[in-house]
Design a protein around this ligand. Structure first.
Ligand code: ATP
Ligand code: MG
Length: 360
């Protein structure tokens, strides 16, 4: 007898642009998971984004937040367009969601297929609530400083640093478990690299460093190797030897820069997933934006979204289901017959999705 259906309420927030073309793929792959896994998904369509703002005056309607908070186990978020000029009253709904749901970790796996010439398999874990992103800036004037000057607060707390390092350690352990369960990987043992610039910022980054080390020294992380690296030398090594990283943990700003840089190592933004993770809740979100240049053409690569869907499942504790999605995506990429144009192929979004569903 199959196990009782494990119901999972999933919010779907397509947003703008190609978000509307790729989020349906996430839904389809969840619906296509084998029934032997015993999972049953219930979907709720939710609005957010620039178009929602233009229609209703709110980029993130209250209903979206309420449903996510009270009814959902996880969600998929597509993309929102960022208007080139600041629009009065508009601000990014995903930034607001991270705050409202306390999604304190941004998790970004960057991975090539195993057969790549220089295989990469790393995860960047970015602190997502503080650092320079507290956006406490001001512009002042002082003749002694030559006139106008501006400054910004970089805020680092022990609490946020401890919890981001803890989740990085947990991710490293889970990746090890996935490997032991047969997942292909270039790594053989878990490693967390702590990134900072404490040689210059001894108090802020110094606190991050101390707390990260403390969190990762917990007995349950005994099997996780921990190293640290100054962010500038990290960038160098990231580009020279990307295969040597497993899990990287970083404060907000360095994490932002490192994760976009790492995404460039795998060829297309259309491949790179992410998850916004809090206590018991995760939103899968492809790393790309709304891609106005290809919107409506039906050629957006759905893989970033499919991998984000798998990542969401990982954080819901459904590693088996996640592993099946990763394997189906890898099979499509290894075979390289049905690839979207960003990867040099000719396949449409629909053709790529059908191929991956077939492989699943
Ligand atoms: P936004 O303001 O919403 O971030 P953008 O103009 O920055 O939009 P991105 O979505 O960040 O655009 O994309 C950058 C480039 O990568 C674009 O040329 C886009 O077409 C391409 N791209 C992004 N995502 C995909 C995808 N899923 N499939 C194919 N190409 C993509
Ligand atoms: Mg962009």
């Amino acid at each position: 007898n199959p196990p009782p259906a494990n119901r999972r309420a999933t919010g779907l927030i397509p947003g703008d642009g190609i978000g509307r073309e790729v989020i349906p793929a996430g839904r389809r792959i969840l619906e296509a998971l084998p029934s032997s896994l015993g999972l049953k998904f219930e979907f709720t369509d939710l609005d957010a984004g620039f178009e929602t703002f233009q229609k209703t005056g709110a980029a993130l309607p209250e209903r979206t937040v309420d449903v996510l908070k009270n009814e959902c186990d996880g969600a998929l978020f597509g993309a929102v367009s960022s208007p080139t000029k600041a629009v009065k009253g508009y601000s990014s709904p995903i930034v607001a969601l991270r705050k409202k749901l306390d999604l304190y970790a941004n998790v970004r796996p960057v991975k090539t297929v195993a057969s790549a010439a220089n295989p990469i398999d790393m995860v960047i874990v970015r602190e997502n609530t503080e650092d320079l992103y507290v956006k406490e800036e001001r512009t002042l004037e002082d003749p002694a400083r030559g006139g106008v000057y501006a400054e910004a607060i970089k805020r680092i707390s022990a609490r946020a640093s401890l919890r981001i390092a803890t989740i990085a350690g947990e991710i490293a352990l889970r990746r090890q478990k996935l490997r032991e369960a047969g997942a292909a990987s270039i790594h053989t043992s878990p490693l967390v690299t702590i990134t900072h610039k404490s040689n210059v910022l001894s108090q802020t980054d110094g606190l991050f460093r101390t707390c990260a080390k403390e969190a990762l020294a917990a007995p349950r992380f005994a099997g996780v190797a921990v190293e640290e690296q100054i962010v500038d030398s990290m960038v160098y090594k990231l580009f020279r030897q990307p295969g040597s990283y497993d899990v990287i943990v970083a404060p907000n700003l360095y994490g932002d820069i490192l994760s976009d840089g790492a995404a460039a190592l795998v060829g297309s933004l259309g491949l790179v997933p992410s998850a916004n993770v809090g206590e018991g809740f995760a939103i899968g979100e492809p790393c790309h934006g709304s891609a106005p240049d290809i919107e409506g053409k039906g050629i957006a690569n759905p893989i970033a979204t499919l991998r984000s869907t798998a990542l969401m499942l990982e954080f819901l504790g459904e590693e088996k289901a996640a592993a099946k999605i990763y394997a189906a995506v890898d099979a499509n990429l290894e075979e390289a017959k049905l690839l979207s144009p960003d990867l040099g192929g000719k396949a449409t979004t629909e053709e790529v999705v059908s191929d991956i569903l077939k492989k699943l």
